[in-house]
Design a protein around this ligand. Sequence first.
Ligand code: FES
Length: 155
Amino acid sequence: MSVGNNDLRGTSKRRTILKSLLGVSLAAVLSPILYVAGRYLGYVKGSKNGDVMIAQSDVSAEHPSKLINIDDQPVLVIFQPDKGVRAFTATCTHLGCTVSYQPEMPQFYCKCHHGRYDADGVNVEGTRPKKPLTELTITAKGDQLDISLKPKTKG
Ligand code: FES
């Protein structure tokens, strides 16, 4: 009789171990799937609905521009003495190169075909880009800036 009880206990232990292994295997398989689905839906921190937080001190008169990525799109956050901190899409509207900000001009510049945009992101006539850069929404949250891919509303 006692040998039978030991067999039952051994079988029960094996079942518990197998259930644990099955749980770990399921977690290993589902984690990447849930991560990708979360990124797609914008629920993963850092890409939530196309937003990125930066410190307000990251952009200033001493450091007038910062290139960041929001959901794999380049964005330029700039400081202009007369207008403060602004954010613009940094993808050239000509053929998609990444533009830079030249605070001394001030202007946005695309080195691929010498495209230029004025300080408000408007394409300069006579250069290749035919459409302006898009100004994006910035929301101050304490000492942080929430930069969004959402276009800034005029007003
Ligand atoms: S890609 Fe920028 S000017 Fe052509």
